[in-house]
Ligand binder design. Structure first.
Ligand code: UDP
Length: 329
């Protein structure tokens, strides 16, 4: 079943990278969008003014505000979070409390008004489980909670547990998605994500920083493919009560990625191998491999990613070049 046309969607974190692309897609198909964002990592310039778009500057920690906005909307997409390994490592307390308390407030409000809610979780859930493509029921393999990366994974797991418990015990129509590496235009290089960083480095002529030995692998999905998956799940009643991986299966090592960026930009920057400890501080742990199994999503909705890594890089490079000339705020 499809949500009635012209529903009102509340997007928490809607002026961030993924949220703003979701807002574009919802507006393009005729829906109304309310964005709640505190502009900590989101940018107002990510949102194009539109008669069916309303922007509210505020925090998901503001219970009254969240209550009022959830009440006014039909569907909630909870994207607001402290994200990016760099931010999480630098501000562990802020990240942990925002990610747990903020989600609790948004999920509780959705329950209060019986609104459908899509909660965005993360591939970090699987921790350092680096075995092949990971289906949704894969084990979580975590190091010590003293390592902030695993604290982030734990916070997101708490969000998932809460949404699941509200669904099974109180009937909240909740969908959980675990986003794997998502990239594309508007992703800021400021929060450590590898593609925007490497692309900026390449086009500004500074060495590309590859952490560790660069053999670790990731799969990068284009944000518009990810948004397509989100819409398919939001529109399908069968998705309620389930958890879905969203990501590309196209695996690349970070060193190969840096070479590809160099080639596509024509950069003469060169590549620097930077020890993890230098990049993230001592005791940092990375996963050697992270590949999603998206069978569940594909079988339910028919979704497959359509853009290749080359498509993604070409578009991201063009976007980064445009931003250098005309910086977004
Ligand atoms: N990375 C890198 N250079 C950078 C930023 C990140 O080599 O300038 C590496 C990082 O250590 C990780 C991979 O690229 O192995 C992906 O990092 P990102 O932060 O984009 O995502 P995540 O670690 O969450 O997969």
């Amino acid at each position: 079943m499809t949500n009635s046309p012209r529903s009102t969607y509340l997007l928490t974190g809607g002026s961030g990278f993924i949220g703003s692309h979701l807002a574009d897609a919802l507006l393009a198909r005729g829906d109304f969008v309310v964005v709640l964002d505190n502009l900590s990592t989101g940018r107002l310039s990510n949102l194009r003014p539109h008669p069916r778009l309303r922007f509210v500057q505020g925090s998901v920690l503001d219970e009254l505000m969240v209550d009022e906005l959830v009440h006014q909307c039909d569907v909630v997409v909870h994207l607001a979070a402290a994200v990016g390994v760099k931010l999480i490592v630098e501000q562990p307390l802020h990240s942990f409390t925002t990610n747990i308390r903020g989600s609790e407030i948004v999920i509780e409000a959705a329950h209060r008004y019986r609104r459908k809610i899509l909660v965005t979780s993360t591939s970090e859930i699987y921790g350092k489980n680096s075995s092949g493509p990971l289906p949704e029921d894969s084990d979580r393999v975590l190091g010590s909670p003293c390592v902030v990366r695993w604290a982030y994974s734990t916070a997101k797991a708490v969000d998932e547990i809460l949404a699941n418990a509200y669904h099974s015990e109180r009937g909240l129509p909740a969908i959980i998605v675990r986003l794997f590496n998502t990239v594309g235009p508007r992703q800021s290089p400021a929060y450590g994500m590898v593609i925007p960083r490497l692309v900026r480095q390449a086009i500004t002529g500074v060495p590309l920083t590859v952490y560790g030995d660069g053999t670790q692998t990731r799969c990068f999905a284009h944000v518009r493919d990810v948004v397509d998956a989100l819409l398919r799940l939001l529109d399908d009643e069968r998705a309620v009560g389930q958890t879905f991986n969203i990501g590309s299966g196209d695996e690349v090592s970070i060193l190969e990625l840096a070479k590809l960026v160099t080639e596509l930009t024509g950069s003469t920057s060169g590549i620097d191998l930077v020890p993890y400890a230098e990049a993230y501080g001592t005791g940092f742990e990375d996963m050697t491999r992270r590949v999603p199994d998206t069978t569940r999503l594909r079988e339910l909705t028919g979704w497959v990613p359509r853009r290749t890594l080359d498509d993604i890089l070409v578009e991201t490079i063009a976007d980064a070049r445009a931003e250098l000339v005309n910086p977004r705020r």
